[in-house]
Write a protein of this length. Structure first.
Length: 711
């Protein structure tokens, strides 16, 4: 553009100089000028003209650049101002019927009405479009309206709100609108604040007007601004609006004349005002209908902002005239009431003492609230329990009864309730608490049940005593039964070998073959030994029952004496039985009682030898993780299913009416193992053999395993 202008001016200058050149070539001109001088002048003029044209071109370019720079700066400032003010601009092209955002680098697209409507709520866009048409057609100069933005995808985000000002942006020479400008300011924050303030104001008015006390609000100048219905009722104000328009000042009220509300904190006042003594002409309370002496109690609270500036004064008060009158009346009745109170208190103290001694508590079940009140004394409520809490306090087995009792009371059944219920609570000794409930229905004048009243007592001691008595009775019965059975079995077991001894002894006195005397002596010795063994087992078992056996633990090499005790138990084994001892250790030093554990091993091996006439008996042991496990297994006769659960009972016989030895071996083994802190188990099947496991807790000192075990 600048270069074209330079060429244009240069061409015009040269055309202007052509006539001058032609004139210089005429004969007349040559008479006045020298041709060479004329050419030099023309060239100088041309150079000067070119220089002027170049200078003008550079000056024009510089001015345009400065103008563009200023325009860009103004645009940037405009964008900054628009962003800081949350303002966006759009323009509606009347001819093209499209919309476009202005001063917005992020969005310079052109939108048709349908696409542009997506930025706004559908109904609000229609209102905004109507406003555009109204300004375009000249029906309105400018239109301001509130619109909402599009609904956000994230429901937790608020919907945008805008204030839009619509006006004509450009007109043609005939005055018709060419474009319409929309200035849109984001008012989302102001809208949220307005909604929040509306809710607060609604809550304020709700609390203010529904308060049960007189509520009065004065502004920062002490002028009455608001008063609730309760205050109007107290002062018998007939026209509330007239009172608010009266401009009543806080200090106009006689009780608050000298209060400097600007320099006080919260203050409580009690006043006595004779409203009848105030002349009507000095009254500043329009519509006041109250009269007589008024006793009034109030609290004045100045409200300040964070900077300490007074915002207003709240006054909450109440009419205590009736209370004062009642107080005077109560003073008259006070003496007699105190006397009656002392008599009642003595009665209550006596009842409380009786309840304390007996461990009883009072109960009161309110049907309307479904709550149970428990009191440790007549005038001392202790707990307030809901139905669910009552049921949960009962032990699981008694919760059904607790629920049934509550259901009966909810249905207002007219009969007393008595029940002893176990609870999940415990007394100081850790015992379960048992409570005995006694409730009776309380009736109104119409005979309807209003609530249930009664008491409960702690029956833990009594129930525990009954339990112990029942347990001791059962134990005594079992002991008596066991004793009788034991005595019966023992007398039979003792008489059997004793009769044999006596019988063979009598044979010596009768005629007999001398050759049979050896048999007689052998039988007498055999049965005498059996009798002695039985007596020894009985005495040892009685010491076990009385916990009189002492256990002396010491470090012992179990690997050395295990074989010996097994062989002692197999001393009478049948020749057709193969005995195997598996000893996996060269040395195993463990802390045990050698004698008592050896007796256990010996008796188990003896029991296996008795019931195994042919086959194999295997004894083995293993130490693992602080436990010594001994296993005795045989392939003998085995134990039948009926006898197996009773193998540890005394004098138990098998299916062939036999028992091993004295019949006390396994009971002695069980007692020894249990008193050493171990366990014993039996597994057997008739005709296939028996396996016994004994586990004894002990600590290994040193151990040395064999490299190879030879069976």
């Amino acid at each position: 553009m600048n270069l074209k202008r330079t060429i244009y001016f240069g061409t015009a200058t040269m055309l202007w100089m052509l006539p001058t050149t032609a004139l210089a070539q005429t004969p007349d001109a040559l008479s006045f000028y020298n041709f060479q001088h004329l050419v030099a002048y023309l060239m100088a003029a041309l150079l000067i003209t070119l220089f002027v044209l170049l200078f003008y071109n550079r000056l024009f370019v510089y001015n345009e650049q400065e103008t563009d720079k200023k325009n860009r700066q103004q645009n940037e400032r405009l964008k900054l101002v628009l962003r800081s003010a949350n303002v966006r601009l759009w323009i509606y092209d009347v001819t093209g019927r499209h919309y476009q955002w202005l001063a917005d680098d992020d969005n310079t697209d052109i939108y048709n009405p349908i696409d542009f409507a997506k930025f706004f709520d559908r109904n609000d866009f229609e209102r905004m479009r109507n406003a555009v048409f109204d300004t375009r057609d000249g029906r309105k100069q400018t239109v301001t309206l509130e619109v909402r933005g599009e609904q956000p995808d994230d429901k937790s985000q608020p919907q945008a709100h805008f204030t839009v000002n619509v006006s004509v942006f450009k007109r043609n020479r005939q005055g018709h609108a060419l474009s319409v400008l929309g200035i849109m300011r984001d008012t989302t924050t102001e809208h949220e604040q307005h909604e929040h303030m509306s809710q607060l104001l609604m809550q304020y008015h709700t609390v203010f007007n529904t308060a049960l006390v007189d509520m009065v609000y004065y502004d920062a100048y002490g002028i009455l601004t608001d008063v609730n219905d309760k205050a109007c009722s107290t002062f018998n104000v007939s026209d509330r609006e007239a009172l608010l328009k009266s401009g009543l000042h806080l200090n106009d009220i006689p009780s608050y004349e000298g209060i400097d509300f600007h320099h006080i904190d919260s203050v409580t006042l009690s006043s006595i005002t004779d409203l009848g003594s105030i002349p009507p002409e000095t009254r500043k309370l329009p519509g006041l209908g109250a009269s007589g002496k008024l006793y009034y109690e109030s609290i004045i609270n100045p409200i300040h902002d964070r900077n300490g500036k007074l915002l207003g004064v709240y006054m909450a008060g109440r009419n205590i005239t009736e209370m004062v009158d009642s107080f005077h009346h109560q003073q008259e009745m006070g003496h007699r009431l105190r006397q009656a109170t002392r008599r009642i208190q003595r009665y209550i103290d006596n009842i409380n003492l009786a309840m304390q001694v007996s461990g009883a508590r009072l109960m009161n079940y309110d049907i309307s609230t479904h709550t149970l009140e428990i009191s440790e004394a007549l005038d001392k409520p202790q707990f307030l329990l809901t139905q669910l809490r009552c049921i949960r306090l009962a032990a699981p087995r008694d919760r059904r009864y607790a629920s049934s009792i509550l259901n009966q009371m909810d249905h207002r059944l007219n009969h007393s309730i008595q029940r002893t219920i176990q609870t999940i609570m415990h007394d100081a000794n850790g015992r379960d608490n048992f409570l005995q409930l006694n409730l009776v229905p309380m009736l109104d004048e119409q005979g309807q049940v209003t609530h249930y009243f009664g008491m409960f007592r702690d029956m833990t001691d009594m129930v525990e005593t009954e339990r112990r008595l029942a347990a001791e009775t059962k134990k005594a019965q079992e002991t008596e039964l066991l004793k009788n059975s034991f005595l019966l079995n023992m007398s039979y077991e003792i008489r059997t070998p004793l009769n044999t001894v006596l019988g063979f002894a009598e044979l010596f006195e009768n005629e007999h073959n001398p050759e049979d005397e050896g048999v007689f002596v052998e039988e007498i010795k055999k049965n005498s030994n059996s009798l002695l063994e039985l007596i020894n087992d009985i005495l040892f078992l009685s010491r076990l029952d009385a916990n009189m056996i002492e256990y002396n633990k010491e470090d012992t090499d179990f690997a050395l004496f295990f074989d010996g005790f097994c062989q002692m138990g197999w001393s009478s084994v049948s020749p057709r039985v193969k005995t195997i001892i598996e000893n996996p250790y060269n040395h195993l030093f463990i802390n045990i009682d050698q004698n008592n554990l050896g007796q256990v091993i010996q008796k188990l091996c003896s029991n296996a030898a008795f019931f195994t006439q042919e086959g194999t008996i295997r004894a083995k042991y293993e130490y693992r993780r602080g436990q010594l496990t001994i296993t005795i297994e045989d392939t003998g006769e085995g134990i039948d299913e009926k006898t197996l659960p009773r193998v540890f009972e005394r004098f138990v016989r098998d299916h062939k009416e036999r028992h091993c030895g004295t019949g006390l071996g396994l009971p002695i083994v069980q007692s020894l193992v249990q008193q050493m802190g171990g366990t014993i188990e039996f597994q057997s099947e008739l005709g296939k053999g028996t396996t016994a496991w004994v586990t004894i807790p002990c600590e290994a000192v040193t151990l040395e395993k064999k490299k190879e075990i030879i069976a």
